[in-house]
Design a protein around this ligand. Sequence first.
Ligand code: GLN
Ligand code: ZN
Length: 761
Amino acid sequence: MAVGHSLGFPRIGRDRELKRALEAYWKGDLDEAGLRAVGQKLRAAHWQTQQEVGLDWLPVGDFAWYDQVLTHSLMFGVIPERFKSTETPSLDTLFAVARGLSRQGAGQQAQPASALTKWFDTNYHYLVPELAPNQSFQLSWNQLFEEVEEAKALGHRVKPVLIGPLTYLWLGKAQGDFDKLELLDSLLPIYAQIVQRLADQGMEWVQLDEPILVLDLPQDWKNAFERAYNQLQRAPLKKLVATYFGGLEDNLLLASQLPVEGLHLDLVRAPEQLPAVLDRLPSYKVLSLGVVNGRNVWRSDLNKTLDLLRPTAERLGERLWIAPSCSLLHCPVDLTSETALEAEFKDWLAFAVQKSREVALLVQAINQPEAPEVQQALAESARIQAERAQSKRIHKESVQARLSAIRARHTERQSAFSARIGKQRARLNLPLFPTTTIGSFPQTPAIRLARQSYRQGKLSEAEYVEAMQAEIRHAVLVQESLGLDVLVHGEAERNDMVEYFAEQLDGYLLTRNGWVQSYGSRCVKPAIIYGDLSRPKPMTVDWISYAQQQTRKPMKGMLTGPVTMLLWSFPREDLSAEQQARQLALAIRDEVQDLEAAGIAVIQIDEAAFREGLPLRRDRWAAYLDWAVQSFRLCSAGVQDETQIHTHMCYSDFNAIIEAIAAMDADVITIETSRGQMALLKAFQVFQYPNEIGPGVYDIHSPRVPEASEMRELLVKALEHILVERLWVNPDCGLKTRGWPETQAALANMVAAARQLRTRY
Ligand code: GLN
Ligand code: ZN
C-alpha cells in the first residue's frame, strides 16, 4: 500500500486571510488573540482540506506567522541581541526581527530587521538567521508543539516538518569571521530535544527538509551530514529527509545512505535520479517520490505519472510514498476561486488544493486501481491532456515562423558600443554625470483608485486615460523642475512590471486570486504562460509618446525584459525556458522598434530578475547565462546606433554575471549599490566593463532623504572604478513605494550632487 503525504501547504489562505490579519495586527486594528484565532482557523481549514482530498499524512509546522525559517530561529533561540527585550520571545519579538523596530520614544532606538533573501531559486524570501560567534541554542518557542496538539485535537494524523540542521545553518549568516558549520555540534542537541518532544506527543514521523542536498556542497558540509544524522539516529521517531528543487547528483550516495528511515526526491525537477537512488537505497527505507509539481500551476498528467510510479510501487510496496515535489507554498491555493476563468483553461490548471487531490489519486490508483473514482479520474486526465495537445490556443504558426527566421544578425547592434556611443551623445546632448531615475514614481492612493475604478467599469476608458495622462504631466513637471536629464513617464498605469505586459501579450493567462506568498504578508500573483507568445499591438507607445510630447528632454521608454518576464511568471512545461524567453524577446523587440519609430531615443529594458535566474548548480550557469543574454540581445539589438538601450538590475552581487552583463551590450546599465558603498563596482572595473553604468546613489527602500554630500561622496568613490564619461547618476531602483515629498527632496539632492561634480570635472 503506497502512502500519500504532503511536504507543506500554503499558509496565506484562500482569500489571503493571513495577510489581512497580519496587516490589521501591525496597524493595531486586531489584537493578538484575534490574530492567533485567524492562524488557528487557517490551519484547521488546511488540514481539513488535505484530509478530505485523501492524504494519509498531513504536514504540521508548515504554518508560519511570517516565515518558516524565522520560526526555526525563534525555536532555537537564534534572536539577534538588538531584539532581546524580554526573557522569552513573543509574537512581537518575531515581528520585530522580521520588520525591524522604529523608534518609539526616548531611550529606544530604531532597529533594522534581519535580512531577507530568496529561498533557493523560488520567489519566496526568508529571514536570514543571524548566527553569532559562539551562538548558543536553546529551545525558545513552542509553536510547533502547540500546533501538533491542535492537529491531534482535531483528530488528524500529522507529520511535523522541520528544516534540517544543515540546511538551517547553511541559510544563516555568520556575524563575524568564523565558520558557521562549527555551530552544528551545539545545534544538534536542540534537534534531539525537539524530536524527543515530538515523539512524546505521539508523533511517528518527522520530516527534515535538507534541500541543500541538491546544491554543490563543500566537502566539510557533506561530511557533516553523516555526523549530524548519526547523532539524531537515536531519536525515538522515524525521520524522512526531504530534498527538493533539483537532483541529488554527487550527493546521491550520501543522501541515500543517511541513517534515517525515509528519503524524499524531487522527481519533477530531476526524474533521472530515480534508478540510481533505487539501486542504492537500503531496503528498510521509505522512498517518497515528489511527482506533482509544487512549483507550477499545471494539472498533472496522471497516466504519465503512474507509468513512472508503477514499477517503483511494485518494487517498494508500502515503502513507497507519494507527494508533491516540494512544499505547495509556491503555488496558489485553490483553483475553485477562479470563477472568471474560461473552462478550457481551468481544465489545464491545478493549485495547492487540486495538487493535494492529485497526490491522493495517484496513491489510490496504485492501491486500488479498479476503484471507480480512480478510473474516472484517469479517464478525465487523459481526455484533458488530449484536448490540450490539440488546442489551437497553444501553438501559433506565426510565432514559430518568426523564431525559425532568427539569425545571428538579429542579436547584433549595427555597430560596436565604441562607435555608437558617440552618435548617442551627439543626439542626446547630455552633461557629464547625467541624471535619471529607474522608471516608477510614487504609486499614490489616487493612482491605485483610478486603476481599480477603471477595472471595475466605474471609470470610462477616456476618463482613465486622462487620469493617467495627468499623472504623466505631473511627473514630467516635477522632473523638469528638479533638473533631471533623462526623464521617465512614471509608470502610473502599471500595477506590476510583469503583469502589465502579460495582460497585453497573447499566450499569457491572468488569474484573479492566484496569490503566492513572497514574504511575510506580501503576496505576488504571477501570470501564467500557456501558449506561444506574441504582441498583438503596441503596449507602451501611446503613454511614452504622450510623455515625450510634454518635454524637450529625452523621455525614456520603459519595458520589462524577457528573462524577468519569464522568471516572474509560471512558465509552460511543454517548452524550454530558452524558447519561451526567445518568444518574449521577439514580442518585446517589436515594442522596442515601435518606440524607436515614435522618436524615443532612450529605451530601458529592465532585467530585475536576471541574476536570480542562475541555476542552483554551477555547471548549469553557463547555459542559462547564454540564453538569458541572447534573449536580451534579441529584444534590444534591432535599433539604430543612435538609440540608447538601458537596462536595470536590482541587487548588488554581480561577480558571477559580470561577463554576461557585458555580453548583453546595453549602452547603459543602472544597478543597485548604495548600501554597499560602491564596493561592488570593483567587479566592473576588474572586468573592464566597457559600457556606461549608473550605480544607485541612494536606497529607495527607506524614506530617508540622503544629503547631496553623501551622494556626491558615493559618486567620487564610484569614480575610483568607473571612467567619468561613463558614470550615470540615479537612485537604486524605482520609486513606486515612496511618497512624493521624500522622492522630490531626495532627487533634488541627487541632482545637486551631480551638478557639484560637474564643476569639478
Ligand atoms: N522600472 C521599474 C521601476 O522603476 C523597475 C523595478 C525593478 O527593478 N524591480 O519600478
Ligand atoms: Zn530595481
